[in-house]
Design a protein around this ligand. Structure first.
Ligand SMILES: Nc1nc2c(ncn2[C@@H]2O[C@H](COP(=O)(O)OP(=O)(O)OP(=O)(O)O)[C@@H](O)[C@H]2O)c(=O)[nH]1
Ligand SMILES: [Mg+2]
Length: 300
C-alpha cells in the first residue's frame, strides 16, 4: 500500500538576524525571502512551499523575536511571528546564531507546548570554539527541549539536507494544503515591495531601513505583449523630511542607484523585464501610527 501524503506548516523561528530567511531560501533553493545583515529585515510571515513525492512542507519565515518591542511596528512584528509559531506551526525549527548568541541569555520560549522543535545551530561556518557551541547547545536544549539538534550553515548549505530530512520525517499526515506548483500564497506585488525594501537595507544605514515602508501602487503586466516590460510603481515611505533627502541623495544619485538595483533584482525574481519607478513620501512617525501600520500591511 502507498504511504499516506504528508503536509504541514514548519515555522522558522529565532531572534532577529540569526538566518531564518537565508534558511528558507536554502531549503527552497530559490531566493524568496529578503535577507540583509541588519536585524529586523523580515516584517511579514512569508510562506514558502517545498513539495516532492508524497509531501508538501509549508515553511513560514517569521520576523525575528523581539522581547521588548520599542514601538507599535515592533509590536506588530511580534504578533506576526508568534501567530505563525504558536498558532500555525506543526513543527518549529528554532535557529540560533552560534557566533552571536550568548549562552548566558535567558531564553524565552515562544513555543506552544506539544509542538516538536528542531534546534538548528546556524552559522557553523563562522569561526567559533567548540566549547561555545556546546554551551549554546546545552542552554537552548534545556530551554526548548528539542527533538533533535543540528549544526548547520544556512549560507553555505552545510547540514541543510540533513535538517530537511528531519523536517520531512516529522510532517503530519495531511493532504496537500496548496495546489501543486505553488511557491507561496502571496502575490507578485508583495515580493516586489520586499525586493525594494531589501535594496534599502543594502544601501542605507542607521535608522533609514527601519524607518522605510514600501507600498506597490501599480503593477501592470504586459508580458503577453511581446517585448513590453511590466511596470511597477511603488511609494517608499519614510518618517521625516531629512530621511527623504538621504534616500534621494545628491542630485538624485542615491535614488537612481536604489531604483536600478531594485529593478534588476525584481527582473531576476520575475524572470521578465520590468520598469520600476519609486516615489518617496514622508509619513511622519508611521511606525507609531496604527492607521499607517494597517495601510502598509502590518497586522496589529
Ligand atoms: N556566516 C554565515 N552567515 C549567515 C548564515 N545564515 C545567514 N547568514 C547571514 O546573516 C545575516 C542575516 O540573515 P537573515 O537570513 O536575513 O536573518 P533573519 O533571521 O531572517 O533576520 P530577520 O529577518 O531580521 O529576523 C545575513 O547577512 C546572512 O547572510 C550562515 O549560515 N553563515
Ligand atoms: Mg528574515
Amino acid at each position: 500500500m502507498e504511504s499516506a501524503h504528508k503536509a504541514g506548516f514548519v515555522a522558522l523561528a529565532g531572534l532577529p538576524n540569526v538566518g531564518k530567511s537565508t534558511l528558507l531560501n536554502s531549503l527552497l533553493k530559490f531566493k524568496l525571502s529578503i535577507v540583509s545583515h541588519k536585524p529586523q529585515t523580515t516584517r511579514h510571515r512569508v510562506l514558502g512551499i517545498l513539495e516532492g513525492p508524497g509531501f508538501q512542507a509549508c515553511f513560514l519565515d517569521t520576523p525575528g523575536l523581539i522581547e521588548k518591542p520599542a514601538d507599535p511596528l515592533q509590536k506588530a512584528l511580534r504578533v506576526e511571528a508568534s501567530r505563525a509559531i504558536r498558532e500555525d506551526a506543526d513543527l518549529v525549527v528554532y535557529l540560533v546564531d552560534v557566533a552571536e548568541a550568548d549562552p548566558g541569555d535567558v531564553i524565552h520560549s515562544p513555543l506552544r507546548s506539544g509542538v516538536p522543535v528542531l534546534l538548528a545551530l546556524n552559522k557553523c561556518d563562522r569561526v567559533v570554539s567548540e566549547a561555545r557551541v556546546a554551551a549554546l547547545e546545552a542552554a537552548y536544549s534545556a530551554a526548548l527541549k528539542p527533538d533533535q539538534v543540528l549544526r548547520i550553515s544556512a549560507l553555505k548549505g552545510a547540514g541543510v539536507d540533513e535538517l530537511k530530512a528531519e523536517i520531512l520525517a516529522r510532517l503530519p499526515e495531511n493532504p496537500p494544503f496548496y495546489e501543486k506548483g505553488r511557491l507561496s500564497d502571496r502575490w507578485e506585488r508583495f515580493f516586489a515591495a520586499e525586493i525594494v525594501r531589501e535594496q534599502v537595507f543594502a544601501l542605507y544605514h542607521d535608522e533609514i531601513p527601519h524607518a522605510t515602508a514600501v507600498v506597490v501602487e501599480t503593477f501592470r503586466e504586459h508580458h503577453q505583449k511581446k517585448g513590453r516590460p511590466d511596470e511597477v510603481f511603488a511609494t517608499l515611505y519614510v518618517e521625516r523630511d531629512g530621511q527623504k533627502g538621504i534616500i534621494i541623495g545628491k542630485s538624485g544619485k542615491d535614488l537612481r542607484s536604489l531604483t536600478e538595483r531594485a529593478q534588476a533584482a525584481l527582473e531576476n525574481f520575475l524572470g521578465r523585464p520590468v520598469i520600476l519607478e519609486l516615489w518617496i513620501k514622508v509619513r511622519k512617525d508611521w511606525r507609531k501610527d496604527q492607521r499607517s501600520l494597517e495601510e502598509f500591511g502590518y497586522r496589529t
